[in-house]
Design a protein around this ligand. Structure first.
Ligand code: NDP
Length: 444
């Protein structure tokens, strides 16, 4: 059995009931096959892939809190410190009822390569809880965040592990988490990113993932003789990534016609009214079904279907495994020519393969959505300097980073005879730096 197949099987055997983690490991290792086979003896001798797929450290803890009725609730908290070869662990905290160890491990594993791709000195980690912030009062959110941080603060720090936001963890939650860290540890340091501007946050962090996605796709189109201006775009999700991807797409002259949430999706042929979306999602925290109150001519559909519309470009920005094989077939049949993942692993393996086989330009999440973590790293730099950069400075650095990522993944793919395969390119480019650092640091 080849080393890659052996390690994939080992991961499955050692981590039963973690299908998302298996999927992420399989996707990465399959695409690295050509590099690994070229160095198989050395990697095997050093158990490099076994070490790469085994987190350095994992914490699972009880998070008790009291709800508004006076009842005690108990959630599970997680922090997986996956790999610190190139810098302190860095990765978000996801608060969603679907969270379990396998999902946090899949996200942490992907984060290692994504962070490496940014070119910045950050290792990979991820955390979160099965707590559902939806429908909770501010007091309940604070009670949960304080309890969660009471345990987490023992394991993180500005030079060791710097968590950030993710699904369900926005500015409000980061504020409560930061306050509790400072209170218990007694230090004012950049231990979290995604902070508010009044206490160490970075300008442009809110916009970074969505804007970065558009900087990357626009560069990818350029490399292939195309221009984003005038193109029709489907976006899924209506959260942080989706909203700012749509904003930058409009600024670049493209037209976004769909968005979605966990209950349904909207189609607005004239172009989505982003002010309405921001009011619905960022201010009122309502369902997308209320969009018709703002734009009566738009369509609202319950359930899935956001990929059924005729578009040039598709940007999945909601959650994992939301673009299935049948969606990929529909996009291809409708003449879509580019897909870039704003979310983490939103495209299933079969759908990715189908898109690539049919000549679609496909940018994987670990490259396409790296703008968020890259700007988090810029927030860490500003905190260390105790300075704040302007929006324009941060945005210019972000754009530069995304353009570099695009070229690095394209060049790595070419070097290994897989020109145009950006999944392979992104994985190889991310992998090479981590492996180099791991090898230099010995068996740890
Ligand atoms: P948000 O919580 O702000 O938004 C998530 C959006 O996806 C919401 O519109 C939500 O709908 C929708 N959604 C969630 N679950 C489902 C589902 N099962 N089916 C359909 N829609 C769903 O999260 P973010 O925008 O921050 O994150 C989105 C994705 O991007 C995640 O995969 C995240 O890991 C990834 N990412 C985020 C980064 C960031 O900086 N924020 C950085 C890099 C990656 P509803 O409103 O109904 O909940």
């Amino acid at each position: 059995m080849s080393y890659v197949d052996e390690v994939i099987q080992r991961v499955i055997d050692k981590n039963p009931a973690q299908p998302e983690f298996h999927q992420a490991v399989r996707e990465v290792l399959e695409s690295l096959r050509v590099v690994i086979e070229a160095n198989e003896d050395a990697f095997r001798r050093e158990a490099l892939l076994e070490r790469l797929t085994e987190p350095e450290r994992q914490f699972i803890f009880r998070v008790p809190w009291v709800d508004d009725q006076g009842n005690v609730q108990v959630n599970t908290g997680y922090r997986v410190q996956f790999n610190s070869a190139i810098g302190p662990y860095k990765g978000g905290l996801r608060l969603h009822p679907s969270v379990n160890l396998g999902i946090i491990k899949f996200l942490g594993f992907e984060q290692v390569f994504k962070n490496s791709l940014t070119g910045l000195p950050i290792g990979g980690g991820k955390g979160g809880s099965d707590f559902d912030p939806k429908g909770k009062s501010d007091r309940e959110i604070m009670a949960f965040c304080q309890s969660f941080m009471t345990e987490l603060c023992k394991h993180i720090g500005a030079d060791t592990d710097v968590p950030a936001g993710d699904i369900g963890t926005g500015a409000r939650e980061i504020g409560y988490l930061f306050g509790q860290y400072k209170r218990i540890r007694g230090v004012y340091e950049g231990v979290l990113t995604g902070k508010g501007l009044s206490y160490g946050g970075s300008l442009a962090r809110t916009e970074a993932t969505g804007y970065g996605l558009l900087y990357l796709i626009s560069e990818m189109l350029k490399l292939n003789g195309k221009d984003i201006a005038g193109k029709v775009v489907a976006i899924s999700g209506s959260g942080n990534v989706a909203i700012y991807a749509a904003e930058k797409a409009f600024q670049m002259g493209a037209k976004v016609v769909t968005m979605s949430d966990s209950t349904g999706w909207i189609y607005d042929a004239e172009g989505i009214d982003l002010d309405a979306i921001k009011e619905i999602k960022e201010v009122k925290r309502e369902r997308l079904s209320t969009y018709k109150n703002y734009r009566p001519n738009a369509e609202y559909h319950e359930g899935r279907g956001v990929w059924s519309v005729k578009v040039d470009i598709a940007l999945p920005c909601a959650t994992q495994n939301e673009l299935h094989l049948e969606d990929a077939k529909q996009l291809v049949a409708n003449g879509c020519f580019a897909v870039a993942e704003g979310a983490n692993m939103p495209t299933t393996l079969e759908a990715t393969e189908y898109l690539q086989e049919n000549g679609i330009l496909f940018a994987p999440g670990k490259a396409a959505n790296a703008g968020g973590v890259a700007t988090s790293a810029l927030e860490m730099s500003q905190n260390s300097e105790r300075l704040s950069w302007t929006f324009e400075e941060v945005d210019a650095k972000l754009k530069n980073i995304m353009i570099n990522i695009c070229h690095n993944m394209a060049d790595a793919a070419k070097r290994y005879g897989a020109e145009g395969n950006y999944v392979v390119g992104a994985n190889i480019a991310g992998f090479e730096k981590v492996v180099d650092a791991m090898t230099a640091q010995g068996i740890v």
